[in-house]
Ligand binder design. Structure first.
Ligand code: ATP
Ligand code: MG
Length: 270
């Protein structure tokens, strides 16, 4: 079994975001055209594995996608997951919490969106915002967000023990690529709506965000709730890498169709 995902996997205690080149295409099967030509087959493989997970109905997969604005969370969901059966997918985008959500602990809104048995859950942003944007924008005191790393580890451990495989992916783009994409968004009426002036604040606090990501990832990269840092300046590489990570994860799970009822071979359908 190919083991491409190892390349992006964060080993506990070992992370140096500055040494990851967001424009990297390391390990790709070839140039852009060659790699893109492989994507439909990967999509089919992923759909087959999802079909089995769904049929088995016992376990689930949670994919956490984290990234700064314009790093391609939406694009990844659209491209990588588009071949899956929507019945077995639960995708959620976590926005700024409202009053009801803020009146509870930070995991309250997250836990209820966790995938059911048989489902693939996709979190576009997640509980990690509560140690990222919340930290950078000083929304709670440091004592509070610092204690959350441990809470998150325990929460994910609980999901894992109950049959959910947890995969966390950080789409890593460069500051330059983000600027390029923001300019494109502004120039394109079909993308302009995605731009918000608040996005620019992230750029003025880039280093703070990187420090927050560094801590969040390194403090929660656990052997059975791993983080993957995927270079995301090139969309084709990002899509290929995320597909590989998910396929390898599901292959390891090896979901099985449920046992068939006895005597099916003798059945005659009239
Ligand atoms: P896009 O990349 O397309 O802009 P997005 O994920 O940024 O998508 P938006 O609706 O633009 O979606 O933004 C969601 C906003 O909600 C983000 O700025 C994010 O930081 C913020 N947010 C999410 N969770 C929390 C949280 N727990 N506390 C504070 N802010 C949060
Ligand atoms: Mg946004």
């Amino acid at each position: 079994m190919a083991n491409d995902r190892k390349r992006w996997r964060v080993e506990p205690g070992r992370l140096d975001l500055e040494r990851v080149d967001p424009a990297s295409t390391a390990g790709a099967p070839g140039d852009k055209a060659t790699t893109m030509a492989q994507l439909p087959a990967l999509s089919e493989r992923l759909a087959d594995l999802q079909g089995r997970l769904w049929a088995e109905g016992q376990r689930s997969l949670l994919v956490v996608l984290q990234a700064l604005d314009a790093a391609g969370k939406d694009g990844t969901v659209k491209h990588v997951f588009s071949g899956l059966n929507p019945m077995g997918v639960h995708a959620v985008a976590f926005q700024q919490p409202g009053d009801e959500e803020l009146a509870h602990d930070f995991l309250w809104r997250v836990h209820r969106e966790a995938p059911r048995r048989g489902q693939v859950g996709i979190f576009n942003r997640s509980h990690y915002e509560d140690v990222l944007v919340v930290r950078v924008r000083d929304l709670v005191p440091p004592k509070v967000w610092r204690s959350r790393y441990r809470t998150i580890r325990h929460f994910e451990q609980g999901l894992v023990s109950e049959g959910t495989t947890v995969v966390k992916i950080f789409l890593h783009i460069s500051r330059e690529e983000q600027a390029r994409r923001f300019r494109q968004r502004l120039a394109d009426p079909a993308k302009r709506w995605k731009f918000s002036a608040a996005d620019l604040e992230v750029r003025t606090k880039w280093d703070d965000y990187m420090a927050a990501y560094h801590d969040a990832i390194s403090k929660t990269a656990e052997p059975d709730a791993p983080w993957y840092v995927v270079p995301a300046d090139r969309k084709w590489y990002r899509n290929w890498a995320v597909s590989r990570i998910l396929i390898e994860t599901l292959e390891e799970l090896d979901p099985q169709y449920p046992p068939e009822a006895p005597g099916l071979d003798q059945l005659v359908i009239e």
